[in-house]
Design a protein around this ligand. Sequence first.
Ligand SMILES: Nc1ncnc2c1ncn2[C@@H]1O[C@H](COP(=O)(O)OP(=O)(O)O)[C@@H](O)[C@H]1O
Ligand SMILES: [Mg+2]
Length: 226
Amino acid sequence: MIKCHKLSKHYNPDIKALDGVDLHIEPGEFVSIVGQSGMGKTTLLRMLIAEERPTKGKIVIGGWDISKIRGSAVPYLRRQIGVVYQDIKLLPKKTVHENVAFALEVSGEPRKRIREVVPQVIKIVGLNGKEGRYPHQMSGGEQQRVAIARALVHRPKVLVADEPTGNLDAITAHEIIDLLKKINNFGTTVVLVTHDRDIVNHLKKRVITMKDGKVARDHVGKYSLA
Ligand SMILES: Nc1ncnc2c1ncn2[C@@H]1O[C@H](COP(=O)(O)OP(=O)(O)O)[C@@H](O)[C@H]1O
Ligand SMILES: [Mg+2]
């Protein structure tokens, strides 16, 4: 599903945000990426969604080499990869329904399809009955659920999440992770960047530890910084 080959991103000769990353992620995997701040986790995710291009090396997603992807092709890639951030960024003047629908409207989906898909993804994230609420009328966890629904509208093959629980209390964080597990059980590959030791230890899944732009450890089990 995702293959990185000697993937490097240098912001200048001194800043090697990624430095020769080799990585294979199989379809349907749930992978956590951990590591201290500044180790290259976000840079790796930004490469996956082509927000940045590699300085060297290769990145292939579902057989598609996106190392030199053109700007015009990026929207097609983004339909295959949903993204969730720590900072939730909902549109404050739109309801839950409208926030989710907007993600389909901007890509020119027909109204009929929007009417079908929005209730489906709202149900998946457990927000049925709350479609008419505005972001300020919801908790942080509920807002993150809206963001996850929004990331699912194109039925992506991969969902990447950069510290999605970073601003949530521990109980809410576990609920969000349970939702990511449920989405993974439907067959979506999940790549989760997190600082949260407790979450990683509960997951008991694959953990990739980044250090100085490199993969320092790649194992199944507990959180470790190397
Ligand atoms: N746009 C950028 N310009 C210059 N340096 C950057 C940029 N983005 C990230 N970096 C640097 O690359 C390194 C890795 O950053 P990042 O991937 O954000 O780390 P993490 O997500 O693990 O905290 C850091 O040293 C960071 O300062
Ligand atoms: Mg980061």
